[in-house]
Each structure stands twice: as C-alpha cells, then as structure tokens.
Write a protein that binds this ligand. Structure first.
Ligand code: MN
Ligand code: MN
Length: 313
C-alpha cells in the first residue's frame, strides 16, 4: 500500500504534521514515486517579497485536501508512493549559492527516481530544477503558466533573478524550444516587443487577453498534441491567475486567468509524459485569507493527479 495522507477521521485536519496534504515526512526520495519539496526562497523577487513563507502556507492550506478527485476521478494515492521530503536549505544571503544548492538537491531527488513536485518560493528556483531535470532527461518541453515571460536578460545587472529563468534555460539548451508553451502573459512591459523575442526562439506564447471568457480545454488539447510524448515539465506561477483569485503574490497583474480555467488547463494535460511540476510565487504576507496558498495547494494536487501512472475511477 503506498503512503496515504493522514485522514480527517484519524486526526482533525487542523492538527497533525505540516506536510503537503499531511503525507508522511521522509528524509530522502528513496522509494518514492513522487517527492513534494519546498523551496523557501524570496531573494530572487523584484517587487514584493514573502515567498520564503510560501511552502509553509501551502502545506498548511493543503491540510483540507482529501485524497480522491471528485472532478476527474483521479485516485493518485492508490498507485503512487508520495511523501514530503521537506525544504531545500537555501542560502538566504546568496542567490547564486542558493541556485547551486537547489540544483544539487534535485539531482539527488531525480537520482532516486522520484518525480519532484515543488512548492515555491520565487520563480528563480525553476532554473536550477530545469538544470537537474535536463541532466536526467535531456532537454524538455515546458508548460509555463504565468502573467510574466520571465525571459529578461538581466535585472538590475544580475543574470539570476525571478524574471530571468527561462532565458537562462533557453541559453543553456535545457528546453526543447519549439515545445515551450507560455500561457497567461499580460500586463505592461519595458518594450512593445517584450513577448516576441521568445516567439523568435520557437516558444509558443498565448497572452491572457486571447484566453479571456474561453474554456482552456481546447488549448490544452493543442498543447498536448504538439508536445506529444516528449518529457515535459510544468511550471505554474500563481500570478497567472487574476489577483481576484490569487492576491497573495509578489508581482500581481490584473486581467488574469480564472480558477476554473486553471483546472480546465491542468485536467486537459493528462496523458503527457510529465517529469516534474512546480507551483511558485505564493507570498503569504499578502495573503491574509490564505486563499492564494489554498489555491496553490489545490493546483499542485491537480498536477499530481495527471502524473503518469495515476489511476482513474
Ligand atoms: Mn514567474
Ligand atoms: Mn509571474
């Protein structure tokens, strides 16, 4: 029997361990199919800070998630052995050292054969994860849901920051550029062509305004058909959602996706060869109701539900 989340009839949901969904805590990813990992970091953020508290809050709000998915029929814990292996010990005084520490940590997780499911943390963290992922799987397809393209060359002169990870990943050959999908981009930029450079690299960009008032199920079908059986990493920035749904984030942008659209997108991606996922940019100091962390926790659960090997009822 795989590990199970601690049930609400065994221990009240406001008690018990502060692990993702109150799964067992583990020291390493040994023997796991799926490892939940926190990256408590905000030193890559350019505007509001606070994402260092993201993993703690996502874990706290995840306590109410029950194991079976009534919307899709997914039963992830019937077949996948999951645990929460805790946080990456970043160096909060040094972003570049933190990036090295994150890459090393994920080399370990991937070497033990587990799929990493990450709770962020600012979006810088996806860059070192992709370094480790590409060492194992080669260049990967990427589904990047975000209000921002995160392809700046530098921020205040720095090459490593939460607005640069996908340019660095592109430069280092970590991605199959033609199978990168950036979904939900919007707002204001420094130059009128800010979203176009990555289109020139081969990225597929779908700006938020082209998705307003529409189901994202057809887009998910398009993405799935285009990616095919390539290994794919999903990076989900909570600021892709409208601030009405997810206000607790560092760089909010109006006119974003809705929660039902987020679910349509994730549900529609079932069947892809997913090798890792993250949910980033939850900033608890700006999330007084906890709703942003609650939404982030649920989206991470929904991504768990579409991993290869999940049973459906
Ligand atoms: Mn981002
Ligand atoms: Mn963003």
């Amino acid at each position: 029997m795989p590990n199970q989340p601690l049930g609400g009839n065994e221990m009240p949901r406001f008690g018990g361990p502060n692990t993702f969904m109150r799964l067992p805590a583990a020291e390493t990813a040994q023997g796991l199919d799926v490892a939940f990992v926190g990256v408590p970091m905000d030193i890559g953020a350019s505007w509001r800070a606070g994402t260092r508290f993201g993993p703690k809050s996502i874990r706290a709000e995840s306590a109410m998630i029950r194991p079976y998915n009534m919307g899709t029929g997914a039963a992830p814990f019937d077949s996948l052995n999951c645990a929460d292996i805790g946080d990456v010990p970043i160096n909060t005084f040094d972003l570049k050292d933190s990036v090295r520490r994150i890459a090393d940590f994920y080399r370990g997780v991937l070497g033990q054969g587990a799929i990493p499911m990450t709770m962020g943390g600012d979006h810088t963290l996806t860059y070192p994860i992709l370094q480790a992922i590409a060492e194992k799987h080669g260049p990967v397809a990427l589904i990047h849901v975000d209000a921002h393209a995160d392809i700046n060359d530098h921020m205040f002169g720095e090459s490593i920051a939460h607005g640069t990870p996908f340019r660095r990943a592109h430069e280092e050959g970590l991605l199959i550029d033609s199978k990168v999908w950036q979904i939900g981009l919007r707002g204001t930029g420094y130059a009128a062509g800010d979203f176009d450079e990555a289109r020139g690299w081969g990225f597929n960009v779908r700006q938020a305004e082209t998705l307003w008032h529409k189901s994202l199920a057809p887009l998910a079908e398009e993405v799935k058909a285009q990616i095919g059986d390539a290994p794919v990493y999903i990076t989900y920035d909570i600021d892709s959602l409208d601030p009405a749904y997810a206000p607790g984030t560092g760089t909010p942008e109006i006119g974003g996706l809705t929660t039902p659209q987020a679910l349509e997108l994730i549900w529609g991606l079932r069947g892809l060869n997913i090798v890792g996922c993250d949910l980033v940019e939850v900033s608890p100091p700006y999330d007084p109701s906890g709703n942003t962390a609650l939404t982030g926790a649920n989206l991470l659960y929904e991504m768990l539900c579409i991993l290869p090997g999940v049973d459906y009822r």
